[in-house]
Design a protein around this ligand. Sequence first.
Ligand SMILES: [Mn+2]
Length: 315
Amino acid sequence: MYIGFSEAETFIRNCKDAVIITHRNPDGDCTGAGFAMKEILKQLGIRSRVVCHDVFPKRYDFLTGDAEDEDFEPQTIIAVDVADKKLMGKYEEIYGDKVQLCIDHHVSNRNYAEKTLLRADAAAACEVIYDLAKFMGLKLTKHCIECLYTGIATDSGCFRFACTTPHTHEVAAEMMREYSDINFTKINRNMFDVKSAGRIRLESRLNDMIETYIYGKLCIIAVTKDIMEELGVSEDELEGFAPLTIQYENAEVGIFIRQRADDYKCSFRSADKVNVSEICETLGGGGHEKAAGCNLSGDLEDIKKQLIAAVCRAL
Ligand SMILES: [Mn+2]
C-alpha cells in the first residue's frame, strides 16, 4: 500500500527495535539513507541497526561510523532505497516478506512492503527522507545531513542527472544554509574526484575496453573476473563506472557489465531519450528511465547478443 508523509510519520514515531535494510552493492544513496534513518530513529529514542548483503565500501566510512550495533530481536523492518526485495541479497529470505515500511524513489518499486512511501520524482531516497524529517519537524544532526547530502549528491551524479529537480537543488541549498559547518566540497571531492591508484588504472583500462554497436549508439564495457584479478581491484571498486559507457558523442545507451560469482550484473545508462528501465524490465530487471540494471547468467558473448537485441528493439 502506498502511503504519504503523515502515515509514514505515525509509523516511525511508533516503531521500536528496527532493522533498516539497504540494497546489495550499496551506493551512496542506500548507505546514506540507511544511516540517516538510524540517526533519526535514535533521535526519537528508537534502537535500530542497518544491514546490507555486502560490506559497505570504505569511501562511505564517514557515514557508517564505527559504533557497535546493539543486539536486539527486531520488531520493525524498514527498507530504504530497495525497489525489489530481490535486491536484499541474503536478507531477502529473512526479511523479504516482512518489510513494514519501504522508503523509496524508484518508479520500478515492486510494492513488496506493507506500507511504501514512494516519491518517484525524488532524485534519491535520501531526498525523500529529508522531506519526511522536515515534515516531522525534526532538527537533524550534522551527521544525518552528511548522510542525506551524500545520497542526494551521488544518486544525482553531483546534481547533473535528469533526476535532479528544482526541489533537489532547494534541499541541497537548505542543507548548505543551515549546516554551514559541513564541508560539502570535501564530500563531493571524496565521492567524485578521489580515486585509488587501482581505480585510476582501471578507468583508463575500461576506456580502452569500450565496444561500440549499432553504429555507435550502444557502448558496452564488460569486466570479467580475469580482468579484475589482473588489475587487482575488488568488486566494490567497480561501482560508479557505468557513466563511462555513454561518453561517446553518438552513444544513446551504455551498458557496464561486471562478472559476479554466478552471473553478470548489467548496469544500463541512457544518454538522453531511451528509457533503459523499460529495456531492463524486459530482461527481468528495472530501475530509473536513465539508469537501470539487470542480472543475466550464461555465456558472456550470448549475454551481449541478448543485450544488443534488446537495445535494438528500444531504439
Ligand atoms: Mn537511490
